[in-house]
Structure formats: structure tokens, C-alpha cells
Write a protein that binds this ligand. Structure first.
Ligand code: SF4
Length: 339
């Protein structure tokens, strides 16, 4: 017999760090394009897996010396390699037990995400019939994590768990197996220190203005976010926080920094593009600063023998005046391949 306890045990054996379970009614009120019940109408449960981002994945960015681990392993490695492998194993186990199961990896397949278009734009996709949403329906992984009782939203809207704070990524599995759902998390992790907002290089997180949403009857409050500013900073669009931005992009092109864009290739340098892709700034406020704060205040269950932040630490910021020959946004003689 398949039980919640058994599924959690197996998920952890397979490599997930956390596992929570939501009943499908907790998605009531989700926008159609994010409602998993349109993906598998007879699903009874949503299993949510969390994969930690090991603290050491951020060390090189914290020091300003090595950027590949976080962007490659901490991002794509978890979302596109490790998570899907665990999802497949769990899916096959459930199907062996007779329950159809649909893995929902944390991979943004909806073209609107890539091309800066709203769901519902017919140049992106059209519903296969008038009663259906625009494909691909993409579950909001953080909503699922909340519905599965894994933690809470921080002020930054980054999801926080009591184990790892902001350092994890999620993947979901819908299944026809009826599993005992977890209670909604009732603890308090975020103390509204607002260090995330103060330290965000993109100034994307409001210090004072809030937005709200409702999940499973619970009101969720988080900061008003400037998603465009977040997107630019996160993809290395700010020359002061991107050591690879030698030729870069013109400020008027910053809103073109979606994955796959030739402008993004310029932003990170073409030879580094495949390795770094994005997330070069290492989520300075919403992840690193938040993590450091939660660790220092003893909020996290995962403990280390040494603190994340070293004594005398100062956030790095590139002094571009030291490199007068490199004019960001203009043609560089060594950069013929980009032009
Ligand atoms: S940095 Fe502070 S305010 Fe921001 S999410 Fe973390 S705990 Fe909450």
C-alpha cells in the first residue's frame, strides 16, 4: 500500500532533501495556466520535492572568484538533471503500484517565459479547445511547496524552509494515489529584516510596499517586486556585478536578457555563456543575504561548523574606472565573434 510516509522515505532515499504532500483542492483559485488540475484532472495528490542548494555552491560568488558552481550545478544541475532523475524514479515506483503519475520538473518550457510574452498571447501558444488553458500549463513550484507544507514565503517572495532557508529548488509529481496531505506550515522564518531588499543589486524588492495572494485559504504577504529589474540583475545585466561583462549590452537592450537571446550571450561573454548562462550575481540579497541572516539568527536546522560569512567580509562591487579600455555596451576589438 502506498502511504505518505513511504513516499517521503523513498523520495529521500532517491536524493530529495525534503518532501511534502498537497491535496489537489489546495490549488483552488490558481490561474488556469498554473493550475495542475488541468494537467492531470484525476490527480489526487501533488508530491513536492525540495533539493537543497549546498551552501558551498555560493562560495565562489560570495568571494567574487568562481561563478560556475552555482549557475551550473545550483541552477540547471538541480532543475534539469538531478531533480528530473529523482522525479522519474518516484514516478516509475508509483506507476508500478498502479497510480498514473505526472512529473513536473522545474523547467520553464512555456515559451512566454523565454520571450517575455504573457500567457494568452496567441503568438506563443493557443488552447487546443476553448475550455482549456493556454499550454504549457506550468505549476508555480513555490505555490506547490507552500500547499505541501514545506515552509513559507519570505518578504523577497523567495520560498524559505526551516531546514535550508532560501537555499533549495523544487520539483513536483502529480499522482492518482490519494496520500495524506501535510499540514500548512505555521512556523515563522522570515522576520522582515528586509536585508534582502537592502542588498538586492537590482533594487527589485520594495522595502515598504507589499503584494498578497491566497493559497489554500491562507493570506500570503510579500514585497512588491520589480520583475524586470530582478531579471536584469539576475542575468548579469549590471556591469558593476558582472565580471564577464566586457562588451556587454546597451542599457536599452537590458530587457532582452531572456535565456537564448543573443543579447544575453553578449552580457556574459559568448565563451562563458554556456557555462554561466545567468544568475551571475548569485542572488545577492534574496538568497545570500537572507541565508546569512537566517543562519546567524539560528533559524535554520541545517548547521555548519563555520559561519557562511567570514569576518571582515565586504560585498564586492567592480570599480569599472579601473578598466577604462573596456566600455560596456560598445564594440571591443577582441570581441569580433559577437558583432
Ligand atoms: S532577508 Fe529578512 S526580510 Fe528578506 S526574506 Fe530573508 S528573513 Fe525575510
Amino acid at each position: 500500500m502506498v502511504t505518505s510516509e513511504g513516499i517521503k522515505r523513498l523520495a529521500k532515499q532517491l536524493g530529495a532533501d525534503l518532501c511534502g504532500i498537497a491535496s489537489m483542492d489546495r490549488f483552488e483559485g490558481a490561474p488556469k495556466e498554473q493550475d495542475p488540475r488541468y494537467i492531470q484532472p484525476d490527480a489526487k495528490s501533488c508530491i513536492v520535492l525540495a533539493f537543497r542548494i549546498p551552501r558551498g555552491y555560493l562560495r565562489g560568488i560570495e568571494e567574487g572568484t568562481f561563478f560556475s558552481t552555482y549557475t551550473a550545478l545550483g541552477y540547471a544541475g538541480i532543475n534539469e538533471v538531478f531533480g528530473p532523475i529523482v522525479l522519474r524514479e518516484l514516478c516509475c515506483y508509483l506507476e508500478d503500484e498502479g497510480y498514473e503519475s505526472v512529473p513536473l520538473p522545474n523547467i520553464y518550457l512555456r515559451p512566454s517565459v523565454y520571450f517575455d510574452k504573457e500567457p494568452g498571447d496567441p503568438s506563443v501558444s493557443v488552447p487546443v479547445s476553448p475550455d482549456k488553458p493556454f499550454p504549457d500549463v506550468m505549476i508555480d513550484q513555490r505555490v506547490a511547496a507552500y500547499a505541501a507544507g514545506l515552509g513559507e514565503y519570505g518578504w523577497s517572495k523567495v520560498f524559505l524552509t526551516p531546514e535550508f532557508g532560501p537555499l533549495q529548488r523544487f520539483a513536483c509529481l502529480l499522482t492518482t494515489a490519494e496520500l495524506e496531505p501535510d499540514p500548512i506550515f505555521e512556523g515563522k522564518i522570515c522576520d522582515r529584516c528586509k536585508l534582502c531588499a537592502r542588498s538586492c543589486t537590482g533594487h527589485a524588492i520594495s522595502m515598504t510596499e507589499a503584494d498578497h495572494m491566497t493559497i489554500a485559504g491562507h493570506d500570503i504577504e510579500y514585497a512588491k517586486l520589480d520583475l524586470k529589474a530582478c531579471s536584469i540583475a539576475y542575468r548579469g545585466g549590471d556591469p558593476d556585478y558582472n565580471p564577464f561583462l566586457a562588451t556587454g549590452v546597451k542599457p536599452e537592450d537590458y530587457n532582452q536578457l531572456w535565456m537564448g537571446s543573443p543579447v544575453l550571450e553578449k552580457a556574459v561573454g559568448i565563451e562563458l555563456y554556456m557555462r554561466h548562462g545567468s544568475a551571475l550575481e548569485g542572488a545577492r540579497g534574496c538568497m545570500r543575504e537572507c541565508y546569512n541572516h537566517l543562519e546567524k539568527t539560528g533559524k535554520l536546522r541545517k548547521k555548519f561548523s563555520t559561519p557562511f560569512r567570514k569576518p571582515g567580509f565586504k560585498h564586492w562591487k567592480i570599480d569599472r574606472s579601473l578598466y577604462p579600455d573596456i566600455v560596456v555596451g560598445q564594440k571591443q576589438s577582441h570581441d569580433k565573434t559577437l558583432l
